[in-house]
Ligand binder design. Sequence first.
Ligand SMILES: [Zn+2]
Length: 457
Amino acid sequence: MPLDPHGIDWDETGREAVELFKGLLRLDTTNPPGNENRAAEYLAEALSEDGLDPWIVESAPGRANLVVRLPATVDTPTGGPLLLAGHTDVVPAQAARWTHPPFSGAEEDGHIWGRGAVDMKNMVAMSTMVAKLMARSGRERKRDLIVAAVADEEAGCGHGSKFLVDNHPSRVNAEFMLGEVGGFWLNIGPQSYIPIMVAEKGSVHLRMTARGPSGHGSIPRPDNALVQLASAIETLGKNRLPYHLSPVMEDFIRKLADTQPLPASMGLKSLLNSRLSGPVLDKILPDPSISRNFNALLHNTVSPTVMHAGSNRNVIPGEASCDLDGRTLPHFNGQDLKREVERCIDDPAIDIEVVSEAPAVQANPIGSPLLDTITDTLAVHAPDAIPAPYMIPGHTDARFFSRLGMRCYGFAPLKLDPDSDLVFSDLFHGVDERVPVDGFVWGQRVLYDVVSRFLAK
Ligand SMILES: [Zn+2]
């Protein structure tokens, strides 16, 4: 029976965690509409079994957020709280395409199946279990532990992390946060890595507008606003904005390059060179999805997403505009992105405005005692895998929690065996989202060890 130094029987505790997780997967919290109150009530019951007293607040009917705090047990805490944060909503699933129904929480073939298995009911269940184990153990805590299970991450966070940060900041404010996206095993060739998110890109809503004379559709004209706009969109589609190598990506790429065999290591090293990176992204990287991801992490980007122009087929519109979904690297703002887009399209007749923006998030400084605890713990539980701090092109609840000044990391540990064909990025929002039972229990144990070691510091 695998007892650890804290007297936890991990066979038994692993089973308990798996059952808690499966129960959470069985609750349909598809967003929209959300119905996260189902998850909040379920978790509250699990927490109260161990004498904890969770607080639940609804931001709208059915949109419940749960927060539970385990105060420090010492008179003088060594630092601010540690927040474990996860969202309980999930993206829609087309049941007909799944091997096991998406809200079955089925345990079959050594896997636990269900929408949210990796995004991110696993982390919510593990965090809840950590709180239960901490309460049960009565171990000394040198800082507060907060667990938050929030609504609405998949549709903008307005009913979840943003609501809590705006309306109840003292409930969730912490020095450090652990959430998504990281902690999973990324197996490339002969080497496994464990990415730890330390930064996420910002987002900027740009609107690009062309103006021209309106007129009758029967008499075409080259200064048609739509024609001008189309040309600008085409230029953006065919060109990259300038290359920027952030310290996070430089370290991440170097780590991969130094541990991959040829020719992959050569290709990766070339990404560190501003002149070579373009050709490598276009022609050398074998997998288009990897290439697109590196492209997004080495540049500010814009994707044209919504067009507005015209109302009558026979009237040339006097104005045409296009919304651009802009994403910025750390240390760039909306005006920087606007300038890069202006330079790229090089057409003074096109007007570009910054409609709204949310800056990138980056742990500052990146290193911390918590990050050290994570890497030390991984050295015990995954000695052959390489922890690799990285950045994601999208955003998570960290966007809002970081506004309170906390340092946010993406670390929801999950072991995906190098011999299996499970790839984290395919599971995320994918059909047949699932996790290996032993990989989930590995994650539970790692998360508990990280938290208990950190709270003992
Ligand atoms: Zn998520």
